[in-house]
Design a protein around this ligand. Sequence first.
Ligand code: HDE
Length: 689
Amino acid sequence: MIKKINSKGGETHQTSENQDTDLLTTNQGIPVSDNQNSLKSGARGPTLLEDFMLREKIFHFDHERIPERIVHARGSAAHGFFELYESLVDYTSADLFQRAGEKTPVFTRFSTVAGGAGSVDTPRDVRGFAVKFYTQKGNWDLVGNNIPVFFIQDAIKFPDLIHSVKMEADRAFPQAGSAHDTFWDFASLMPETTHMLMWAMSDRTIPRSLRTIEGFGIHTFRLVNAKGKTTFVKFHWKPKLGMQSTLWDEALKLQAADNDYHRRDLWEAIDTGGFPEWELGMQLFDQKFADSLPYDVLDSTKLIPEEVLPVKIVGRMVLDRNPDNFFAETEQVAYCPANIVPGIDFSDDPLLQGRLFSYLDTQKSRLGTSNFHQIPINAPKCPMQNFQRDGMMQTMVPKGRANYEPNSLAQAGEENGPRECPFSGFKTVAGRAQADEQGDKLRIRPASFADHYSQARLFWKSQTDNERAHIASSFVFELSKVQAEHIPPRMLANLRNVDDELAKRVAAGLALELPKKTPPASEPYDLPASDALSIQKNMKQTLEGRCIGMLVADGSDLQAVSKLKKTIEKAGATVKLVAPKIGKVKFSDGQFVKPDGQLAGTPSQLFDAVVVALSVEGTRAMLRESAAVQWIMDAFGHLKAIAHSPEAKPLLDKAGVVADAGVTNMDNKFIEAAAIRQWDREPSLRTLA
Ligand code: HDE
């Protein structure tokens, strides 16, 4: 119980009635008598240095921030579990993959790459997808992205890549975006980035929700079974809701509508019991299969199409609990690809090898101490003991003298500490992924990494017409922001190796001449198209997990609104009422209802489909309200289904809505239309490249 007291000076004191449990103290446990006023010499006099309570409070506040991650600074995370469908004992001895039905706790963090911790959620950017599995045999971190390939082949180029994409060094802009000179300068000089650029310019980098992205471990890893037999593996996460993205114009407007769009979406979904779920898949193969491929499985700019090697689904991850504290958990969590458990091993992928060093190193500078593994979110949930001692912020209190090994202290009746185990301990696989070319010390790229365009071409070929138009238009948008005139032609020259039509469309969009082709290091070849690479070919026609906005105003028909709302909710979506005033709406039958959002602050970008449920009187009022006209115009422009009451028709007309399959009455037709985007509408609305 808290009592409120107003003091003579007018400030509010809240004092606790239960002094045993609710007593405010300093960090030393000293009871605080006044949390409103500093210690002064006289009522209006100077503050005294003696005020240890003030100094402690301000001192701690001054140090609240820690260095943000150099990449992936902006992120959102949640707790959950991984559940195994079937034992993988034939492939791996990893404890979490042994027993069907077993659940392993996880903490999963999603992130953008380029922006700072306070940047927006919806720039065009790759999304990080990092999962910490707290297994009974130690922590395993699968630190991946939502794209199955990467920009570069060798870790030594990572600082260059990141410097080029982050805000430019002298001017500190642009924040969180690749549409600027230095990124395209670097990218166009590095043909190995081309495949990833195709993904980055596709709708994969403007997801609708973190709940609708795929995840990939990217590198080839190894599974090792109890007999020591190894199997190569590529990890995949498949979202239960299917993939879904936004449109570029929508993503841009979302930046204004809600900086925290993805963070809020994830939080609210978990908070209201709509737990996001992904299935874990594995592409499993052996050396013979790897040798049969025309590309190198150690090259992170290459993928193995699912049509060539199917993804075996082995379990599911459910995120069912929001963090208790953002800083303690989401900010302090320290993922590291080197956190690996017996039964899983690395490959010689030179990008992965560099990452094995980087993460541990960066955690030390971010978290300030080599004891960061003791922070609760990073600590394993299985027993942990060794002879490492001391260091800054040591919170464990090891007992006895045994801080070295071997020792014989047991013979003196003392604890002698833990010992290694040659059977259950982590053992590195002796074999190499590629048996040849080992031994010599060389700074060299293998010839098998030389082809930079064939899989970029595969990606282009595998998209729908509409997706291709989006990719070409993204290149146009990004390159149109490049001020140094020599850079776009160089990018076009590279794109000619991917596909001449793509290069021509981008050149036309920029009104530039098509330059001569960059001579490729290795002549690209054609691969069969892969449907799995397209978002639109894999979208689920469902309302599950989506959010529908309903525009209402005084005079709206509550019965019609309630009926449609119920049907939408039955189909798995949530409904939010948007009205001109947040306090209440007076429906036609005289009932008052409190809406969820105010019109000007709740634009239609926030919804997957919309309903305009206005009366004659409401329509008349909204015709004079630009936010209402814009609300409908954007929903139409973003290819969303729009249901409307007959009375709202004049407002739709004013917003330029033209009847099509996505414009319906407030009936079941809307449920069908709202499950997809109206892709056919797009060519009539904007000029795509
Ligand atoms: Fe990272 N990366 N990375 N990265 N990465 C970091 O570690 C690095 C790469 C990825 O939610 C940093 O703790 C190098 C590929 C994710 O906390 C840093 C190279 C993939 C996250 C680092 C790569 C990733 C990071 C910065 C090239 C997909 C966020 C802060 C060799 C497979 C994890 C930190 C989180 C974070 C280094 C390339 C994914 C600096 C050197 C490829 C999801 O250590």
